[in-house]
Design a protein. Structure first.
Length: 608
């Protein structure tokens, strides 16, 4: 193993020693010697299979066949999740073919950040992760199941499903992806038209036409945002079948992979010889593997919170220092929009997951000695699936990239370190995605333009008040304040200013999109304004230094002046009602800091 990877891993193992042992002990306590439903009374069991067909009802009665729970995030508004409509029947039939049964255990909410960007509903996005985790647990709580198949792809949905699943860590579970939509118009062209619209050069009809040509069919959006970062993370952590992440929904290979996933989870249950519970797959080493792969590809900044929360649900404690040290040791191997012009389909065609994992394994940047749903060892994931004479087979993956402008080797990286940087200084701690930021734009020292609502920036832009070097400070956006919405509406405006030659940056205690792009953005600032963070004292015109090369994030105001200032109060009233936000007040007020996962899981901390 590469020295830094090994050192960080061992530090995480040591830091998590007590909490991980408690988690694994609880996992052992939850195991049974037979099917889990054998603990149910006759009345319980009768309720559990009352609606089943006669064959499945007979199988469930026998108490010697595995019953697999399906937790689905299907809705047909999310393009990525629309294909899941037909998955339950497909998965049930696959389980039946090998003598097991399956039932839909429950559904979880699945909102689309692309629909809610810039809207009040975006303030529920991060909170929905906790709801999804709890809904997953509710679905599995009937104790009818010996394993589970998890159907989810996008933003908060995968982390929520995984956190919920880890509360049933004694069960084997697989994620079943549905794949990305085929490529539409180039992402660079979409970004260009967005900026033209922000500048008033094209009308809404032209913008809508471009957006529709980009997001055009069933499947995951093709840029490398949070959804595709989730898929990459799951595969590298061994929670999906090898090579299953980026096969298009209408490819015959996709159906074969889904059927095989259903059969595989049946083989991994407690009664079989390959018992592999999800709580053993998610380990300190697999968490590090997930982080490394995201850093090597310039993955979503949202995962700097989600992986922390996922790890904590398995008794593993990580922080942003771990991310930062790993980032300094991991080379950037992929250029996928917004970190390049290619989309995820181009990445898949260039060699995809098999080649990426091969490169990282051979360089000692990934741990091979891990458990996966495909068996022990990550080398299995250097193979890729193929349909050969109608049968699914795994063959050796490519030895080198088919397009080195999209996916390169460890020996010829796009940059020698990863796509993430930890920022720190008197303002607190934040993260920045630097992989898409040109080096000449990574240092900005400029006066602050302070707002407390992303919608206020447009008026300043149209009035010409932003035609200067500036650091746009958006405060009061943290998890406890308003649920930490993404501030994606800022991107076209800031990008336009940068194109004019101005030095611009963003500083916020909120989030940017998983597709954070070419403008340097110090985000997830901790502590947030509502928790006494210094960002609450930043005033118009204050000089701010953001140096993404050294990691410095400083408010350049004399300390005596700052001490005399009164922090501006965060106005919570506009976000306390409407679009269902009033229902989430208690949850929002209990969220932890971004660095600790923005979690509402005090019970987990007390247990593990």
């Amino acid at each position: 193993m590469q020295a830094v990877i090994e050192a960080v891993t061992q530090r995480i193992i040591k830091r998590s020693e007590v909490s991980r042992a408690q988690y694994l002990s609880a996992l052992e306590d939850a195991k049974t010697k037979g099917v889990h439903r054998s603990a149910l009374s006759c009345g319980n069991l009768a309720h559990g299979f009352a609606a089943c067909n006669p064959d499945d009802k007979s199988s469930i009665k026998q108490l010697n066949k595995a019953n697999i729970g399906i937790v689905t995030a299907f809705n047909d508004m999310l393009s990525a999740h629309q294909p899941y409509e037909v998955y339950p029947d497909l998965l049930k039939k696959a389980c039946q073919e090998i003598g097991s049964v399956a039932q839909v255990a429950g559904g979880v909410p699945a909102m689309c950040d692309g629909v809610t960007q810039g809207q009040p509903g975006m303030e529920l996005s991060l909170l929905s992760r906790e709801v999804i985790a709890m809904a997953t647990a509710v679905g599995l709580s009937h104790n009818m199941f010996d394993g589970a198949l998890l159907l989810g792809i996008c933003d908060k949905i995968v982390p929520g499903l995984l956190i919920g699943a880890l509360s049933f860590g004694h069960l084997p579970m697989l994620f079943v992806p549905a794949g990305p939509m085929k490529s539409g118009i180039p992402n660079k062209e979409k970004a260009r038209i967005r900026q033209q619209f922000a500048q008033g050069k094209v009308d809404r009809a032209a913008l809508l036409e471009a957006e529709s040509a980009s997001y055009h069919s069933a499947g995951t959006c093709t840029f490398y945002g949070t959804a595709n970062s989730n898929q990459l993370m799951l595969e590298v952590m061994g929670l999906q079948l090898p090579g299953s992440s980026f096969v298009n929904p209408d490819d015959p290979l996709r159906e074969a992979l889904s059927k095989t996933a259903a059969k595989q989870v049946c083989r991994l249950n407690e009664m079989g010889s390959q018992y592999t519970p999800i709580g053993h797959i998610v380990s300190e080493k697999s968490i590090v593997n997930g982080i490394v792969a995201l850093l090597a590809t310039g993955g979503s900044t949202n995962l700097t919170m989600h992986i922390v929360a996922i790890a904590r649900a398995a008794g593993i404690i990580i922080n942003w220092d771990d991310f930062s040290e790993l980032s300094d040791a991991v080379p950037l191997l992929a250029r996928v929009y917004p970190n390049g012009h290619a989309d995820i389909n181009h990445f898949h065609a260039a060699g995809g997951m098999a080649l990426l994992i091969k490169e990282l394994l051979e360089a000692g940047l990934l741990h091979d000695d891990v458990q996966t749903v495909a068996g022990p060892g990550l080398k299995r994931y250097t193979q890729e699936p193929k349909l050969i004479d109608g049968e699914l087979r795994w063959v050796e993956g490519p030895k080198e990239s088919f397009d080195k402008a999209v996916l390169t080797s460890v020996n010829e990286p796009f940059q020698v370190n990863g796509g993430l940087k930890l920022m720190k200084g008197n303002l607190g701690r934040a993260v920045i995605k630097v992989s898409a930021v040109q080096e000449e734009n990574r240092i900005v020292e400029a006066p602050a333009v302070v707002i407390d609502d992303q919608n206020k920036l447009d008026a300043l832009f149209k009035a010409g008040e932003l035609d200067k070097d500036c650091v746009v400070v958006v405060k009061g956006q943290g998890p406890k304040a308003i649920g930490m919405p993404e501030l994606h509406k800022l991107t076209p405006i800031l990008g336009s200013l940068q194109d004019k030659g101005f030095k611009v940056a963003l500083l916020t205690d909120g989030r940017m999109s998983g597709a954070s792009g070419k403008v340097p953005a110090a985000i997830h600032l901790t502590p947030e304004a509502l928790d006494g963070g210094l960002i609450a004292k930043v005033q118009q015109g204050d000089m701010i230094r953001l140096n993404a090369l050294t990691g410095e994030l400083s408010l350049l105001v004399d300390e005596t002046v700052l001490n005399a200032r009164v922090a501006e109060a965060v106005n919570l009233q506009p976000s306390s009602y409407g679009m269902g936000r009033e229902l989430f007040g208690a949850l929002r007020s209990n969220l932890s800091s971004p660095e600790t996962g923005a979690r509402c899981t005090q019970a987990i901390d007390e247990k593990y």
